[in-house]
Write a protein that binds this ligand. Structure first.
Ligand code: ADP
Ligand code: MG
Length: 499
């Protein structure tokens, strides 16, 4: 068994245990207005500035469904290959909480807008696995209690109250923390591609309830614990590891797992109980009498389907099959839509500048984008869209390497200057005299002089000391200020010395 699979197995005193993981991901719908009111959904802002009378649950206020939120849920369902339910129902999920002014959350229970689907995840060893999705439903977000503003009082901010969330519920199909991490990453990639959620986990636009149980391989599912509201992929993976070990320790001690809701404390790296099954809410779900069932026709679904961009899996396959990229480069490039868009724009400009076919340039371009380009962006803490070097400028640099004007080594320096100054590659090469010496006559003259000046080394080299070849290359580079075309220098030196 390889390392990736291995990490889902816990060795106990009496034998091995397997982790079983299911995730409920809450993704905030990208829309201007809330699910049932016209109030803004913007992040931040003064507390209680984006609150309509509906969100504040004033008596007599009625919810009105936001068509855009439904459309985004349907688009998301299509993007995860799920069944779209043309008839669905909004229910009231009743519970009391200070930041829930209605006394209930409007959600979908028995009849969600999206049914079963599936997501393909990719693991570090290059293998893939399908993770089932049970459902996707729409629901309202709650407000926020602020406990740190006053010594005795709790304040309530309703800006988020009523914002549309998609709850995406997976089957208990994951077996390792790595799989859970890959699942959330893949889901986030898809949501960002199609623009149904910004996927920003720091701002809470995406968070997960993490269900964990353990069992003997092949046995029935064990009792699960649910870790609420984890807001980073790293924490999700840490919480799973801790929680599974905790359960194994209890079982190995002869105890039983109590079904619980737990919280992850990233500071301590542990989960702790929040409430047990007996204290679990009885939500008394019932259809919201203020809202009609949600019904739409095939046209609505077809329009949603047509609005989808090429999805990451399809795009990855295309980059591999039609351009010959390796799987590693292809997955780095499709991980974010803007990365792949940048790459394809650069490649087409590169084609234009060199007149060569894309298939011949694709790997060079991909290596540069995933290597030097991502490297410098990372260092500067910038995203692709914030890059000071656009795709045409990047192609301009690669074209100078392709036609031998500069060496690959010099290209790295030129790129750093481009990144700092925003200047074009050819301008920098001219200004700084970085043009590579590719004049055969000029190089031959230099080589002849070096050979004449170093008779001892020539003799040793001819006597079998091959390592000295590097010495001669170094001398030529020194004589040309590092600008000699390395390929040509090699050819000419071999021609002269190996005669
Ligand atoms: P609830 O609404 O009470 O949270 P669900 O039946 O909707 O319960 O399940 C929630 C999540 O728990 C799903 O993602 C599912 O995959 C996961 N799950 C169910 N049973 C188990 C189990 N035994 N171990 C781990 N995860 C589980
Ligand atoms: Mg749950």
């Amino acid at each position: 068994m390889n390392e990736a699979n291995r990490s889902g197995i816990i060795q106990g005193a009496t034998g091995e245990w397997e982790m079983v993981i299911g995730l409920e991901v809450h993704a905030q719908v990208k829309s201007n207005a809330k699910l049932f009111s016209g109030a803004a959904t913007e992040f931040g802002g003064e507390p209680n500035n984006h609150v309509s009378l509906v969100d504040a649950a004033m008596p007599g206020m009625l919810p009105v469904i936001n068509r855009e939120c439904v459309r985004q849920a349907v688009r998301t369902g299509l993007a995860i290959g799920a069944k779209i339910n043309k008839f669905s129902i909004f229910d009231r999920k009743n519970y009391f909480y200070a930041d829930l002014p209605q006394g209930y959350q409007i959600s979908q229970f028995k009849q969600p807008v999206v049914g079963e689907g599936c997501l393909t995840i990719e693991l570090k060893d290059g293998s893939t696995k399908e993770i089932g999705i049970e459902r996707l439903h729409l629901e309202q977000d709650a407000g926020k209690s602020l406990h740190d503003q006053h010594p005795d009082l709790t304040y309530v901010d309703l800006n988020r109250s009523g914002v549309a969330l998609m709850e995406i519920v997976s089957m208990p199909d994951m077996r390792t923390p790595e799989e859970a991490g890959a699942y959330v990453r893949k889901l986030r990639t898809i949501l960002r591609y199609i623009g149904s959620c910004d996927g920003n986990m720091e701002e809470g636009s995406m968070r997960a309830d993490v269900n964990v149980s353990v069992r003997r391989a092949g046995a029935e599912l064990g009792t699960r614990c649910e870790i609420k509201n984890v807001n980073s992929i790293r924490f999700i993976m840490q919480a799973i590891r801790y929680e599974a070990q905790r359960q194994v320790d209890i079982l190995e001690d002869g105890g039983t797992i109590e079904q619980q809701t737990r919280l992850y404390d990233p500071g301590k790296g542990e989960t702790r109980a929040m409430r047990s099954k007996e204290e679990a809410h009885d939500y008394r779900y019932f259809p919201d009498p203020d809202l009609l069932p949600l019904e739409f026709d095939d046209d609505f679904i077809n329009e949603a389907r047509e609005s989808l961009p090429e999805l990451p899996d399809v795009r990855k396959a295309r980059l591999e099959e039609t351009l010959g990229l390796n799987a590693y480069n292809a997955s780095l490039l499709v991980a974010e839509k803007e990365n792949a868009d940048y790459y394809e724009a650069l490649l087409s400009a590169f084609e234009g500048l060199t007149g060569k076919p894309a298939t011949e340039l694709a790997t060079t371009a991909a290596n540069w984008v995933t290597g030097d380009f991502f490297g410098l962006l990372n260092k500067a803490g910038k995203s692709v869209s914030e890059s000071p070097v656009g795709p045409e400028a990047g192609a301009g640099l690669l074209a100078l390497v392709a036609d031998g004007t500069i060496s690959g080594r010099t290209a790295k320096d030129v790129f750093e200057i481009m990144f700092e100054t925003g200047k074009a590659a050819d301008v920098i090469v001219d200004e700084q005299g970085l043009k590579q010496v590719s004049d055969q006559g000029e190089l031959e003259a230099i080589i002849a002089r070096i050979i004449a000046d170093n008779p001892g080394q020539v003799e040793q080299y001819k006597g079998g000391k091959d390592k000295l070849f590097g010495f001669f290359v170094g001398q030529v580079m020194k004589a040309t200020g590092g600008k000699a075309n390395p390929k040509l220098v090699n050819e000419l030196l071999r021609g002269t010395l190996d005669k």
